[in-house]
Design a protein. Structure first.
Ligand code: ATP
Ligand code: MG
Length: 374
């Protein structure tokens, strides 16, 4: 097709292309009933003039944490004005002012001026509003690790959770959301004593669950008969082996785009194969970008090693580079496994048969290439 044909070509395989956007909120949200209930239980007291329960929401990437929070907040806002729910993306808003501007905006409908108004005034306006309207406040801090990297977490927690000390009767809560296995950040003593959260775990999806979700997404996004069951199955298999549902959704979208570029009314095997080539490395780069320095060092040692690695030997190599205890080494190794960058298997040998071998799940050269690109 020439350029004009491409631009004016109005046949499309997409019934609703938004369904493949990263911020699309699906109406139907299967396999997350218990987590949604747990979130509702945390908010419930606030609807009855009590205090919301603080929560930590944990789980690997693309397990539906952000979606769950947004859906539950939407639900609450539809049914009651007794609670103000504010969702904050801490990748974007990393400062105390940034976070409170978002809360202010949610309450007053516009952001506060960036200059000329002291923080204390903005804070006061927010808390006085809550107090005089007898409304509770629940703040979801998504990807909260960013607040810790920038060292802003303690102040923000303190400001939100201890508001009742200066503003009588104000009821506030925090949902901290993190793509990890545990909440391993340490808060200051005076925050720790008031942030005793309920843990809500988003366990990884099984292959069957991914299949359900991807099938449904394809149904919403594509016209009927655009993609065959076999190709959907291939995409599901790939998403499931990478442990990342988002990979499956991306593959659907890219395959659709490639089919359109080919002026094809259906997605063919070659489109999926072409799409697969691009998503693998995008996904790996994304994961590598999220690693901390010590996680990168350990991955680098694993990448450069020639044979199967015994965890004990690996620790010795790691200790030479980073001053680390075995416990923190173990935690870093578990994190790499959790991110599905490595597999570990018990060998049955060693003390109590606890010795593990570590196997890299990606081609070492591919890892190096992606590392260089970030
Ligand atoms: N149960 C589900 N049903 C339908 N779609 C889902 C479900 N769980 C996740 N998704 C979809 O998967 C994608 C990732 O979900 P989401 O962004 O909520 O995950 P997350 O746990 O916040 O990931 P991250 O840790 O990377 O922030 C989104 O497109 C979302 O619509
Ligand atoms: Mg998220």
């Amino acid at each position: 097709m020439d350029i004009d044909d491409i631009l004016l070509y109005d046949e499309t395989v997409f019934k609703n292309i938004d369904a493949f956007n990263p911020d699309y909120i699906p109406k139907h949200f299967p396999h997350r009933k218990s987590q949604m209930e747990a979130l509702a239980i945390c908010i419930r007291p606030a609807l009855r003039n009590g205090r919301p329960v603080n929560a930590v929401v944990l789980g690997s990437c693309a397990t539906g944490k952000t979606t769950a929070i947004k859906k539950i907040f939407e639900n609450v806002q539809k049914t009651s004005d007794k609670v103000i729910c504010v969702y904050i993306n801490c990748q974007i808003h990393t400062t105390r002012f940034g976070v409170f501007s978002q809360i202010y905006q949610r309450i007053f409908g516009h952001t506060p001026p960036e200059t000329g108004v002291p923080f204390s005034r903005i804070y006061q306006n927010i808390m006085q509003h809550l107090s005089s309207h007898d409304q509770a406040l629940v703040v979801a801090l998504d990807d909260i690790n960013n607040l810790f990297y920038k060292k802003n977490a303690n102040k923000i927690f303190y400001d939100i959770l201890r508001a009742h000390e200066a503003f009588e009767g104000v009821r506030t809560g925090v949902f901290a959301i993190l793509s990890d296995i545990e909440f391993r950040f340490v808060l200051d003593k005076n925050v720790n004593s008031i942030f005793i959260p309920q843990e809500i775990i988003f366990n990884p999806y099984t292959r069957k669950e991914m299949e359900d979700i991807l099938k449904e997404r394809a149904k919403i996004g594509f016209y009927s008969d655009v993609i065959s069951d076999e190709l959907l199955d291939e995409i599901t298999e790939y998403a499931s082996s990478s442990g990342d549902l988002r990979v499956g959704i991306d593959l659907l979208r890219i395959s659709g785009n490639l089919a359109e570029a080919d002026a094809s009314k259906t997605i063919e095997k070659k489109h999926v194969e072409e799409a697969l080539k691009s998503t693998g490395s995008i996904n790996l780069t994304y994961t590598l970008k999220s690693l901390s320095d010590d996680e990168k060092v350990l991955l680098d040692i694993i990448r450069q090693s020639e044979d199967d690695l015994i965890a004990g030997n690996l620790y010795n190599a790691f200790r030479k580079k980073m001053d680390s205890s075995y416990a923190s080494f173990n935690r870093i190794l578990n994190k790499l496994e959790f991110l599905r960058l490595v597999d570990t298997q018990f060998t049955g040998k060693g003390v109590k048969g606890n010795s593990r071998i570590v196997i890299l799940r990606f081609d070492p050269e591919e890892i190096q290439k992606c590392m260089n690109s970030i």
